[in-house]
Design a protein around this ligand. Structure first.
Ligand SMILES: Cc1ncc(CO)c(N)n1
Length: 229
């Protein structure tokens, strides 16, 4: 019987394997550890939460760009699914999280964007405008798939979901099945696009986009930690 050839590693796993330091600096940032054990100062979380609301509104625009860049209805519908997940699921969570932290939505919407927020969101949008759908989805991937991984890791740590942990709602949301499903869909989208758009010659440039996005994610946590504006 002929041996079944091993299937190639998924594109996302290849990207992580190609940028282990940048990936770890993002998903293992001190901000994340501080949410796990509850020691993160609450002012840092509030600052982050306000900026993340602004982040998500630009992130929704990037998914809208992915609809525009779709080459057929299937790709356009997949991007629409991502857009709806942000606008209808994640934004709703944010509005209620913000309310729970005493931050009314209209106040959050009026807040000034921190430089780290501008840098990250505009980098993703610009990468998508300049490149094709694969460039755009690689730029988006650390966000969606990274937060699902962070949520999953946190939820396995003792204390992260305890009633006494002020960040338990955040962890529960990103560890929860609806968000995990969004991240699986993002992985599938990458693999489907890679199957007909990816060449080996292209991989180094995709890895550069991925690394840059991971660095900007780590900077986003750092902005929260330091209350940077
Ligand atoms: C900064 C940032 N990255 C990723 C996500 C997940 O969508 C988020 N909410 N915020």
């Amino acid at each position: 019987m002929a041996a079944v050839p091993p299937s190639p590693p998924a594109l996302f796993d290849r990207l992580v394997a190609g940028a282990p330091t940048d990936w770890a600096a993002y998903v293992e940032h001190a901000f994340v550890g501080g949410m796990a054990d509850g020691t993160l100062p609450q002012a840092c979380f509030r600052h982050y939460l306000v900026q993340d609301y602004l982040f998500l509104s630009h992130f929704a625009r990037a998914y809208a760009l992915a609809i525009y860049k779709g080459r057929d209805l299937r790709e356009m519908r997949a991007a629409l699914g991502g857009l709806k997940a942000i606008l209808d699921v994640e934004m709703d969570l944010h509005v209620s999280l913000c309310a729970g932290w005493g931050l009314p939505a209209d106040e959050v919407e009026q807040a000034a964007e921190a430089k780290a927020t501008m840098a990250y969101t505009r980098y993703v949008l610009e990468t998508g405008l300049r490149g094709d759908l694969l460039d755009l989805h690689v730029a988006l991937s650390p966000c969606v798939i990274g937060y699902a991984e962070i949520g999953r890791r946190l939820s396995a740590l003792p204390g992260a979901l305890d009633a006494a942990n002020p960040y338990r709602a955040w962890t529960a949301e990103y560890a929860g099945e609806p968000y995990q499903a969004v991240a699986r869909a993002a992985r599938d989208t990458l693999d489907r696009l890679a199957a007909d758009m990816m060449t080996e010659a292209r991989f180094p440039r995709l890895l550069t986009i991925f690394r840059q996005a991971c660095r900007l994610e780590a900077d986003f946590w750092q902005m929260g930690m330091t209350l940077a504006e």
